[in-house]
Design a protein around this ligand. Structure first.
Ligand code: NAP
Length: 331
């Protein structure tokens, strides 16, 4: 039997292409003393990986080396006392069907509490990012207006629901009319708007948010954010979780200077990286799990099947092909 891995053939320039990726075969790894043999089951496909392809999100992926991301894997052989065959684990692992690990950076997963894939989304990095960035930086209060960009994605779909639990009026920005329906019917957003068919974002947000915007949870950056920020209320808060609209840029984006509005409206804009908050993960996962159990939040996943679908899933993030978390299930 052969093992397969996915490497970068070259660094993408602009929008990533299928031709930027290689699918290579190699001999199956053989486990040694203290090692486990892992079989990848669910692979998380995330926008931040784009930054690791060109070095804007260090460390950079090395050409010829397998890409990596958060993966749920099954232990299929164990020479390590901490794991037995059949355990499910999560970890930052290589885009390989099979791989070895010394077990040190693996977390065991309880597949009876929630479906395995949920640990890549609502109970994984994106759910954690939604909760921590919204609560710590956004500081939402009852009756306030929360606007979320990338609102139907893995992070955005959870942010809106948490805002709703707090008692905010929640407005989402998305790229299709189907996603508007999803936000309103499944995720409880009060209002939603399609940025691709909205010529004047500033005017549209003013209309949808008659009391102004108190919190803007930014997943996308660029001109969408310029239009929202122009509508911020005094002492507004802006957690900047990501700027996906710029990830494939070849030239730097320019836009209106924000500093005057930051000064005169007393705004707080703060960047956020989830890796900074690892110590809080157990507590936040417990809260998100409780809300899931009580039916207070729900989640969507877009799951492509097959190891060779990884490049397609990754490119799909920039085409808006996912609702909720983008995941690849390995056969
Ligand atoms: P996601 O929202 O599930 O997927 C990406 C979505 O972005 C797409 O479905 C698409 O939806 C939208 N999009 C793509 N290109 C766009 C563009 N040019 N302009 C506007 N929207 C665009 O991804 P995610 O994992 O939840 O991540 C969301 C953001 O948070 C990303 O910026 C990511 O890098 C960031 N993030 C940051 C952290 C952190 O620690 N700071 C952690 C997780 C994620 P539409 O159809 O609506 O366009």
């Amino acid at each position: 039997m052969k093992n397969r891995k996915i490497t970068l053939k070259n660094r993408p320039v602009g929008m990533p292409l299928h031709s930027d990726f290689n699918i290579e075969e190699e001999l199956m790894p053989v486990s040694g003393e203290g090692e486990v043999l892992l079989k990848s089951v669910y692979v998380s496909v995330d926008p931040y990986l784009r930054g690791k392809m060109n070095g804007t999100h260090p460390p950079i992926f090395e050409l010829t080396q397998p890409l990596s991301s958060k993966i749920i894997a099954e232990v299929v052989e164990s020479n390590n006392d901490n794991f037995i065959k059949g355990d499910y684990i999560s970890g930052y692992l290589k885009w390989q069907e099979y791989q070895l690990s010394d077990g040190k950076a693996l977390q065991k997963i309880d597949s009876t509490t929630a479906p395995l894939s949920a640990y890549l989304g609502v109970l994984g990095i994106t759910g954690l990012s939604a909760y921590i960035a919204l609560m710590d930086i956004g500081k939402p209060g009852k009756g306030e207006t929360l606007v979320v960009s990338g609102a139907a994605g893995a992070v955005g779909s959870i942010v809106g629901q948490i805002g709703k639990i707090i008692g905010c009026t929640v407005v989402g920005i998305v790229g299709t009319d189907e996603k508007i329906d999803l936000l309103k019917t499944k995720f409880g957003y009060h209002e939603a708007i399609n940025y691709k068919t909205t010529p004047d974002m500033k005017a549209a947000i003013a209309e949808l948010c008659p009391n102004g915007v108190d919190i803007y949870f930014d997943n996308v950056g660029g001109s969408i954010s310029d239009g929202v920020i122009a509508n911020m209320n005094n002492y507004g808060r802006i957690p900047v979780c990501g700027t996906i609209s710029s990830y494939n840029d070849i030239e730097e984006q320019t836009g209106p200077s924000l500093l005057p509005i930051v000064v005169y409206k007393f705004l707080t804009i703060q960047g956020f990286l989830i890796g900074d908050h690892a110590v809080r993960f157990p507590g936040v996962i417990a809260q998100l799990s409780a809300w899931l159990k009580e039916g207070k939040i729900t989640y969507s996943e877009t799951i492509l099947e097959g190891f060779d679908k990884l490049p397609e899933a990754f490119i799909g993030l920039f085409e808006g092909r996912n609702e909720g978390k983008m995941i690849v299930k390995i056969d």
